[in-house]
Write a protein that binds this ligand. Structure first.
Ligand code: FAD
Length: 570
């Protein structure tokens, strides 16, 4: 019989949403005899914050689903005690840590009573809070965030009451875009304002523009390269958002989603080391500068595995992974490690998905990978007869080694599958050539025989081998704006051309007719010819024909019309 009478290890966890409960549950699985207590400031535990936009948008109505296990049991203090023998103190805030005495000072928020909780091991999982710009009018009624369940309750009431007609989302990141969709579903006319030249900064510009065009098709305005200067109101109520450009956007609601800041003040006041991002400094064991204190989730600073850079990576999956490591190590000694992050993320915006893993091209260049090679491709995620939906993809690799650095995918197709596969390839250090021959699961309901990520790797392989010279939409636009006149060759059929076209003075020669109509091409073999079609597959085939028939300066417009981020004639 185990010695139940011996006092167990006292583990205290501060924070009870994602990382905290995961750490507590893992600690319990490691040590049946530990005394485990969670201190949670909010009234709820284990809130599925990632589900808030869908609750707000009315995708589901039962609020308890945000708090429940997959089998529908609400994770309240009774659940934690019964199922896991973990004491959860809700509405209770940790207000100080006495590291020398190994005591957490807590305060019951209902009664105001303070109490001391001794610990042998402490886990900090205090999360993050929304960054709120110091702007005039930020306190007006109608200016809010979507970070807490209270915010979600407020916005859900807005939806249910149906009184608000116009809203502005400040910030075009993941939460901003998801909030935009949620409120649009509630029938509210939406505008997104983003300071950067694009939404979703984890994407490169071109793919972000593909997404923005989709958002605009939902009668939602996206204003990039502009910022909010002031919230205007009357009688304490929001009436408009004024932008730095002077434009005023009338609205009754503004959701500020300009990022989050790690909640690290408790750790800082206790003298723990804080990183330069403001997150608590931890090592690969999720151990802080105090060996008896661990930390996990949105409150910590993470290491970007590919660059070694210290970053703040506030993602729900990471909070769970890190919480698991912190919980195991707190209970059983430092035997689990978390190796850092590669910044994999995904979100749904209307009928499009946008996902990214590893480094975007701009991030890779910023990180000092000065010789990167990339390609943009487009293609359906499944055969047409299975309802295939388009994806626009981008792969970034180190030119010399071919090692994949990043991958992005946007569109109505299943981007999640592509990004997840790419994340594993990047973590495994795979090269473009490895992925070009990847043995992935294939059947028509799920993918093409050559899945998008493989096709993208094959294109990049072709580029690296000199079989294809690509040109990005941005480079082509720059040329045209500079007055250069390359020979633009659209290789689609006339029906397709009638339906949609770039309208840049292109020449239409369907691929099937190309060999017979070579006389229509420039005589000078040095003339720059840019081939494309809807997705540039026929563009590539046309380019191969021309290159092998003597034309020397033939390029393929990467991603074709599907990835063209600028206005089209039709
Ligand atoms: C609207 C929204 C959508 C999101 N969507 C996604 C998504 O799709 N994918 C994804 O990966 N991530 C997403 N995230 C991010 C994800 O939710 C967070 O990364 C995750 O919740 C972090 O978990 P955490 O436990 O570290 O922190 P939190 O969830 O912030 O929890 C910290 C908890 O600690 C409590 N606390 C803080 N200080 C104290 C104290 N002194 N005493 C006691 N308790 C304290 C807080 O009240 C809070 O409940 C989304 C977030 C939001 C808000």
């Amino acid at each position: 019989m185990p010695a139940d009478s011996e006092p167990g290890l006292r583990i205290v966890v501060i924070g009870g949403s994602a990382a905290g409960p995961k750490a507590a549950a893992r600690a319990r699985r490691m040590d049946e005899h530990a005394e485990i207590t969670i201190i949670q400031k909010d009234p709820d535990l284990s809130m599925a914050s990632c589900g808030y936009p869908y609750y707000v948008g009315g995708v589901f109505d039962d609020r308890n689903q945000l708090l429940a296990t997959p089998t529908g049991i609400v994770r309240d203090p009774a659940y934690y005690m019964n199922a896991k023998a973990i004491r959860a103190l809700v509405n209770s805030e940790a207000v100080g840590i006495d590291r020398a005495g190994k005591i957490v000072r807590g305060r019951d928020l209902a009664s105001g009573m303070e109490y001391d909780l001794p610990y042998d091991k402490l886990i900090l999982a205090t999360g993050a809070r929304p960054r709120l710009p110091d702007l005039p009018g930020i306190d007006l009624h109608g200016v809010t965030t979507l970070q807490s369940i209270k915010d979600a309750d407020f916005l859900r009431r807005v939806r249910d009451e149906g009184r608000i007609k116009k809203a502005v989302v400040v910030g075009g990141g993941l939460i901003g875009m998801e909030t935009c969709e949620a409120l649009n579903l509630a029938g509210i006319e939406m505008t997104v304002v983003e300071l950067l030249p694009q939404v979703l900064p984890f994407l490169d510009w071109q793919l972000a523009k593909v997404l923005e065009a989709h958002v605009a098709s939902h009668a939602t305005m996206v204003i990039t390269g502009n910022s909010v200067a002031e919230f205007l109101g009357r009688d304490g109520k929001l009436q408009a958002v004024k932008l730095a450009s002077g434009l005023e956007l009338p609205c009754e609601l503004a959701v500020v989603a300009v990022g989050v800041i790690p909640n690290s003040s408790l750790a800082r006041e206790a003298g723990l080391e804080i990183g330069k991002t403001g997150g608590i400094l931890v090592d690969e064991h999720m151990q802080t500068s105090d060996p008896d204190i661990y930390a996990a989730g949105d409150c910590v600073e993470s290491v970007q595995r590919q660059t070694g850079a210290k970053i703040h990576a506030p993602w729900g999956d990471l909070a769970n992974l890190q919480g698991r490591v912190a919980g195991e190590n707190a209970a059983a000694g430092n035997r689990a490690t978390h190796p850092g992050v590669i910044q994999t993320g995904i979100c749904k915006v209307f009928e499009h998905t946008a996902g990214s893993t590893g480094l975007s091209e701009s991030a890779a260049l910023k990180a000092g990978f000065d010789d990167v090679v990339s390609v943009v491709t487009a293609g359906p995620d499944r055969p047409g007869f299975m309802g295939g939906q388009l994806l626009v993809n981008k792969m970034v690799a180190d030119r010399a080694t071919g090692r994949i650095l990043g991958f992005q995918s946007v569109g109505p197709g299943d981007a999640s599958r592509q990004v997840a596969t790419a994340a594993m390839a990047i973590m495994g250090g795979l090269t473009v050539d490895d992925v070009a021959n990847a043995d992935l699961p294939y059947a028509p309901p799920f993918s093409l025989a050559i899945d998008n990520i493989i096709a993208t790797a094959q294109c990049l392989q072709n580029k690296r081998r000199g079989l294809m010279v690509g040109i990005s939409a941005e480079d082509l636009k720059r040329k045209l704006d500079a007055g250069e006149v390359p020979f633009l060759l659209d290789l689609r059929g006339p029906d397709e051309y009638e339906m949609t076209r770039l309208g840049l003075g292109e020449h239409l020669i369907p691929l099937g007719a190309l060999r017979k109509r070579l006389a229509e091409l420039p005589d000078d073999p040095e003339t720059e010819i840019i081939c494309y079609c809807k997705i540039s597959l026929r563009g590539y085939e046309g380019a191969r024909i021309l290159l092998q028939r003597g034309w020397k300066n033939v390029k393929v417009l990467e991603g074709g019309i599907a990835a063209w981020p600028y206005p089209k004639e039709k």
